[in-house]
Write a new protein. Structure first.
Length: 330
């Protein structure tokens, strides 16, 4: 080694040692994140999932100092967007918002994706279904409604809230099963979502709906409907007068639509840990709580391990409901 080379090597070594002594890392690997991150949303702009993703992205950007760009990848009843998250490079620069449909689509034969196709990062939201009736309904409590359903022949009562096999349909099926009734005891009338179903309820075309209370809020506040119970472990503080099924009937059944953040499978542990920590800051922030509360969206936190367990449990629950309703192709 020449004198010049030895001097250069020694100076370089000394610089690295000095940097380490003062707590600086060599610039061989830039700290994550070093560039913008894409956040994939499997549903359209303007909906609840899109709104939730955008507030989360904005707060992550504020904390981590890089743009978090929300991209809506719609189609295939959620398959397109969920596939885009699962098949992204596992480098931390593409993450996305998973929704309850990931525990439903494979049972329907729409995809081979399951909750195990991802690196779970955090559960951020859950909205349980309410059981709504019109303001002119004779049933003042969920027990009165349940007793009437039990006494009626299958199919006499009609319900809606989403399409055939959607989350609110399966919530109804689960409630029927919890009462020891056939999955089709109440006939399901497919609709394009909670809003048209609530309009139909108010007009007298349905006996009940099983959509979330936030989705039913406008019709309830207009005095055209009322919510008798929610399928949740605890009351929603925004709708504190609505009891749980357990309180009202002694039935320990809960389900709901949920949203959480995940990356593709095999995300490096150090990146996953950093993102989960950042998402906890988002969840704890006043901005996030206020945003969700103002829209009546439920907030629930689950770290990576909790989110994984939560999805596995929900996947089994959805499979059971779909099989009972004759909707499973798995």
């Amino acid at each position: 080694m020449s004198k010049i080379t030895r001097r250069t090597f020694a100076a370089s070594t000394a610089a690295v040692a000095a940097s380490a002594a003062f707590g600086f890392k060599p610039a061989l690997a830039q700290a994550y994140p070093a560039r913008p991150i894409t956040v994939i949303v499997p549903w359209g702009a303007g909906g609840g999932t899109d709104a939730t993703a955008r507030i989360v992205a904005a707060l992550l950007e504020k904390d981590l100092g890089q743009p978090f760009n929300v991209v809506n990848r719609t189609g295939g009843s959620g398959v397109v967007g969920h596939s885009a998250i699962a098949t992204a490079q596992p480098d931390g620069y593409t993450i996305g918002m998973l929704t309850v449909e990931i525990s439903m689509m494979h049972w329907q034969g729409l995809t081979e994706l399951t909750p195990k196709s991802y690196t779970p990062l955090a559960l951020m939201n859950e909205d349980p279904p309410g059981i709504q009736v019109s303001s002119s309904s004779p049933y003042k409590t969920v027990k009165e409604l349940a007793d009437a359903i039990k006494a009626a022949p299958p199919g006499k009562f009609k319900a809606s809230g989403t399409g055939q096999g959607g989350i609110w349909h399966l919530a109804l099926v689960g409630w029927m099963q919890a009462m020891g009734l056939p999955a089709n005891q109440v006939a399901w009338v497919p609709s394009n979502g909670a809003a048209p179903a609530m309009q139909d309820l108010a007009a007298g075309g349905l006996d009940l709906t099983t959509c979330s209370v936030p989705e039913a809020r406008a019709i309830i506040e207009a005095g055209k409907a009322r919510s008798l119970a929610i399928m949740a472990p605890a009351r929603n503080p925004i709708f504190k007068d609505v009891p749980t099924l357990k309180e009202a009937m002694g039935i320990d059944y809960a389900t709901g639509a949920w949203r959480g953040i995940a990356g593709p499978k095999n995300l490096p542990p150090e990146i996953a840990t950093k993102l989960t920590a950042a998402l906890k800051k988002v969840y704890d922030s006043a901005e996030y709580k206020d945003f969700m509360s103002n829209r009546g969206f439920g907030t629930v936190w689950g770290d990576a391990a909790h989110f994984a367990s939560f999805m596995d449990k929900g996947d089994a629950q959805m499979g059971e409901a779909m099989k009972a309703a004759g909707l499973s192709k798995a």
